[in-house]
Design a protein around this ligand. Sequence first.
Ligand code: ARG
Length: 453
Amino acid sequence: MNPNIAANGGAQKFKKVVLLYSGGLDTSVLLKWIQENYGAKLITLTADLGQPGLELEQIRKKALALGAEKAHVADVKKEFACDYVAKAIKANALYQDTYPLSTALGRPLIAKLAVELAEKEGADAIAHGCTGKGNDQVRLEVGIACLNPELKVLAPVREWGLSREEEIAYAKKHGIPIPAENKTYSTDENLWGKSTEGGIMEHPEEIAPEDAYSLVSLPEKAPPQPEFILLEFEKGVPTALNGEKLPLHELILALNVLAAKHGVGVCEHMEDRIVGLKTREFYECSAAECIIKAHKALEKYVHTIHENTFKQVLEDKWAYMAYAGLWYDPLMASLNAFMEESNKNVSGKVKLKLYKGSCHVAALSSPHALYDLNLATYGKGSLFDQSAAKGFIELWGLQSKLANQIARSNAEMEQAVIEKAKKEKLETEPNGGASNGRNMPGMRGKIGAKAQA
Ligand code: ARG
């Protein structure tokens, strides 16, 4: 067990604890529970990463009403977009080719904010409300350990085993308001996407219920006309939407609304968690789907074939590291340096067509494009020297041609040996050896040996 984690409530006392507080039932129960069980003063931290409907001021008041000594709220949408999401865009980050890592990208930022606050306030521990089955506990705790290994971590939900009914009873007893939240599913949301899991969705043999998605329209209910949108990129990052320059977080929030209306951005995923479980996840990441598609297309347009194929390998590694809570590992800095360098020419415009659940690249332009109409055209006057192709093909296929030639002549030689052995056998055995050969493995062995000689 991680020695930084207190095994049971009450066994260890803390002076001051920073609690990652969402304002929901779980973390409100935690707020009281930690005060009761650890005798600690509580400071709450609530970060706005662009989850809609977040009432920071209400959450702050609620935390203070439940006994928090201080309640910090931080609007970090801009920082989240510029320092986390932008890196993911440059890396075309999709875990297992599917999930744009919305939840995963938020955790290292939350860990950083919590460590900074704990240091400023002289707290000795950070508490979170994650269960023991998910990835988020790993991301937060590895992040905290990397940034300040002196800080202890409290993860009471992992240990207390309270059922929802017990939590509600505890809340009633302690005067904690019980929010009218829909708890059919477990969800997490920020500006890069929403994830939903649990309930009937835990049965992969069942088709997802319609309410698995709450942000994105069903394709059949999306507008009957397509919509074209224009994204402009500078060094790999989107900077304008439909001609309007916007800070990244605002651009993403606006694009989420536009694309969701057209049913774009849903994905269903049988996901491999870091802790060994497989889970069925549902994501709504409308802006992420549009931006990554557009960014990939622009990259292909400006990069050489070698850059395109090699980058993919590092992209997969980047997505895995971010998913697996290894944001602060030195490898991540090296990968980011590569992504930064390889995005220096990824500037240009991409037009996307959104229509009934689909998003596709309709047109693109870039001052760095390696595409050259004068070379590529099927029309008259192409500058491409077709006569050079002949010699190129000769050399390009040389080894493959040789390998095939050699394999063919070896097969012919083997066939000739077999034919010869068959012929000799016919000559030495009057009955041709045909009938009893099947029951005489020794005989077959001899032929085999001869054939090999
Ligand atoms: N599986 C995703 C991840 O690990 C999302 C988890 C979000 N949590 C939730 N309660 N739905 O990043």
